[in-house]
Design a protein around this ligand. Sequence first.
Ligand SMILES: [Fe+2]
Ligand SMILES: [Fe+2]
Length: 279
Amino acid sequence: MTFRLAQISDTHLSDRVPGFRANFDLLAEHLRAARPDLVINTGDISLDGADRAEDLAFAREAHEELGLDLLALPGNHDVGDDPLPDCRQPADAERLTRWRAQLGPDTFVRDVPGWRLIGLNTQITATSHPEAEEQMEMLVRALHGTAGRAVAVFMHKPLCQERMEETDSTYWCVQPAPRHRLFNLLLPQRPAFVASGHVHQWRDRGVCQGLRQIWAPSVAFIVGDAWQETAGEKTVGFVEHLLHPDGSFETRVVSLPHLTRHDIGEMPEIYGPQRRLAA
Ligand SMILES: [Fe+2]
Ligand SMILES: [Fe+2]
């Protein structure tokens, strides 16, 4: 039997932004009818869980109302971020504890027919938190005990923007040092795909440098062209992965037409004014 997995991402839920909740409710209606075997939220489940436990609780309750099996991974707006020069909310012990209290573990290994699904927390990979090293050890164990299963990896941030050799530390990707470490662990095991969120764009360019990287769009909003380069497709929706027991799979974006394509650049009251791209 094919395992039907719905990857949703960047729901940015809070009682303070009804428009994002409205998009989630429309998605929820679709998912309750489609009844996938599992829902994975690849992070930024909340608007500002990094500073407000209420947002994490609101997001958890909204997801519980789906009545579906759910796994959730943290994003920068949920637990803070790896150290970056202008990082306002570093991922710290308090934030990680708050996530676990509301959403449970920040990583997972789940076996389904013919597949092993591995979830990672990309928000701590460049920190000195003990969980960062424990996560790497967990990944090594998970990759080596698959018993012939195909492997799919889920995370909030993509490994890279275009190429694994990138040396810039940017807001949009895993930092260079942990990226190389993860890439070197993953590549020899040939995962079927690595699926992420965070960029708020849909992208699937097939296998590149030995890895197929799939970007899920946000459920809540896009970042308009004045503020963010286009690297994929700026849509709102979710990703459906059909995992067959023989390790083959199909992936497609589902752009629900009745979702509102909010542009965060036009909503400075939420995260402040976005930085404009150079003309
Ligand atoms: Fe996001
Ligand atoms: Fe994010």
